[in-house]
Design a protein around this ligand. Structure first.
Ligand SMILES: Cc1cc2nc3c(=O)[nH]c(=O)nc-3n(C[C@H](O)[C@H](O)[C@H](O)COP(=O)(O)O)c2cc1C
Length: 188
């Protein structure tokens, strides 16, 4: 596939990354990228986002919050939960993206649209600098125990936990359907 410019190239070649090098990501660079990403379209410019970054030993807080949601009645963790927690701990940086939950449906929709556009801007800008990530929406983001443990308030929604780093492995693209199959043309 040929691209007319770098924007098209970044959009098409970006992949969700789940395996990362053991190399720290500079939080200042992430902030720089978010400063770019914030130019997403946003009706009424409410800028309906805030972020919680977990780096270094701060990631233990994230993992502990996750494990809190996984413990059984005796407080034990399954082997799978332990492994998942360790995997999260080893990812260089976690960025939780939070939006207000406005009770008005229209505003909620517009805010979710703006935050999603902002996240995709961020993914693309990061990708163009060689930084990869996975946008995760696991069950625990809806769990009050997790939310409270990481400082998300009532009336806020976690839109994504972004797990960020330099790619150890770039997966093959998953095919997309031709737009012609999705397009209805009304000409007259
Ligand atoms: C709203 C949203 C939620 C997602 N949640 C998850 C998730 O929980 N776990 C995951 O592995 N990937 C998640 N993804 C990433 C998709 O699985 C990924 O984009 C898709 O498989 C296509 O791969 P690509 O991004 O490499 O093209 C999410 C993506 C979006 C937009």
């Amino acid at each position: 596939m040929t691209f007319r410019n770098e924007v098209e190239q970044a959009i098409v070649t970006r992949r969700t990354i789940k395996r990362f090098k053991d190399e720290a990501v500079d939080l200042e660079e992430i902030i720089e990228l978010l400063e770019v990403a914030k130019w997403a379209p946003n009706h009424k410019l409410t800028e309906p986002w805030r972020f919680i970054a977990f780096e270094g030993s701060g990631k233990d807080r994230f993992v502990e919050a996750f494990w809190k949601t996984e413990r059984d009645a005796k407080g034990e963790l399954s082997e799978l939960s332990k492994r998942k927690g360790e995997y999260y701990r080893n990812i260089p940086l976690h960025l939780v993206v939070v939006m207000p939950e406005d009770p008005r449906q229209r505003t909620w929709d517009e805010d979710y649209g703006a935050v999603s556009a902002m996240i995709q801007n961020f993914q693309l800008a990061a990708w163009a600098r060689g930084i990869g990530m996975v946008w995760r929406t696991n069950n625990y983001i809806y769990d009050p125990v997790f939310r409270e443990a990481i400082g998300v308030q009532r009336g806020e929604k976690i839109v994504a936990t972004l797990m960020i780093g330099y790619a150890e492995h770039i997966p093959e693209p998953k095919e997309r359907t031709s737009i012609r199959e999705k397009l209805t043309v009304v000409s007259d």
